[in-house]
Design a protein around this ligand. Sequence first.
Ligand code: FES
Length: 136
Amino acid sequence: MSDTGYVPPFPKGWYVVADADEVPGPDLVAFNAFGRDLVLGRDADGAVRATQDLCPHVGGLFSQGGRITDGCIVCPFHGWTYGPDGRCVAIPTGEPIPDRARVRMWAVREREGRIEVFHCRRGQAPDPDAEVHDRR
Ligand code: FES
């Protein structure tokens, strides 16, 4: 399902998205969880980042060659770069950065060799004690 489409009412909680070794480095890897197309990759420090698989510029898919560089998501098509909070921080052509140029970032944790992403339709902060869903 596209990130812009209807999202079914998946319950709040941590969703097991992948085994840790499925996200080995900075290259963004596509996964689907709670009705969303996501990409995951690792920072230089090994922390996993998760965002939507859709660049707001003209709709390129991050999963088609995107990477994490210096803690930022870099789109493979025209190089728009999104910081850790999801806001666009750089456009290689030097154009002004539109206010609305941002991607959604999800909270991620890694436990027992699994990568879990926190989902809440109401946008609540991650709850470490929320239910864990493994629907892979
Ligand atoms: S589609 Fe991502 S930078 Fe153009």
